[in-house]
Every structure is written in structure tokens, then in C-alpha cells.
Design a protein around this ligand. Sequence first.
Ligand SMILES: *[C@@H]1O[C@H](CO)[C@@H](O)[C@H](O)[C@H]1NC(C)=O
Length: 147
Amino acid sequence: MKTLLFLFLCLVFTTNASSIAKTATVSHGFCWTVYIYNVMIDAVTVHVKSADYDLGDHTLEFNDNENWSFCVNFWKTIVFYADFKCKGTKSVSFNVWDEFLGDDYGSGSTRSAERILVWLVKDDGFYVGKNLPPFPDGMTKLYDWSH
Ligand SMILES: *[C@@H]1O[C@H](CO)[C@@H](O)[C@H](O)[C@H]1NC(C)=O
């Protein structure tokens, strides 16, 4: 019984590592790449974080994107959130990846190795979908800028 418990704990601890693909990869579970595209003429500053990672400030000019990859761990919930700022007057913060967003708006099948979720930053708000450029019409608007 003790051996079983020990093996179980080993399994928990060895699988309990979620990581950004740039630093390490975990084969367990699905892997995602999230893209944030600025399609406004004005530059937008984006700061993405999770409990474990801080991707820092990035300023996106028109048509630039920020993207990052990570693998979802069965044992641990991952949430990435972002602060967006534009021209010192507009700002907003919200989750840019969590399991619900991934399931509801992302791409991927159970057979694909990698899944994607794409955000568009526009003058009138934030749209989510599963296509890289060319962006289709009818992406879902989820958030507004706050002034
Ligand atoms: C993802 O971001 C990198 C910079 O970190 C950039 O070089 C690359 O072009 C981006 N990928 C796409 C598909 O735009």
C-alpha cells in the first residue's frame, strides 16, 4: 500500500509541470499557441502573465503579433491574463487563455498536436477566434476597451 501511494505521488509530482514551449516541453496533454494581433493603427502595449510566467511588456504596432506556446497539464489549471494599453488613455485586462476560452473558441481536434487561439485587438474591442491571417469575418467580440 505504501509503495502504491509513493508511486502515485511520484506520478503527481512528475506530471505537475506546465511549461512554456520556449523553456521546456511537456508531452502530456494538449499544447496551445496563443496569438494576439494588433489590427489597430495605434500601437498597443500588451503584458501577458500567468501564475508562473511573466512574458513582459510588448508593444505591438499595426499587424504585429505576440504569440507563445504552452502545454496544458491535467493536474493543474493554467490561466494566462493580459493587460492591454493604448495611447495612455485606453486600457483593459482579461484572461486571454483559460480552458473555457480554449474549448469554446480555439481550434484543434483531439488528433492535432497543437491547438491555437487567436485574439484581434481592434479599435472597438477584442475579438477571439481560431484562424491566423487572413482573419475571417464573424470572429466573436468578447471585450471592449475601457476609457
Ligand atoms: C510569433 O512571435 C515571434 C516573435 O516572438 C515572431 O517572430 C513570429 O513571426 C510570430 N509568429 C507568427 C506566426 O507570426
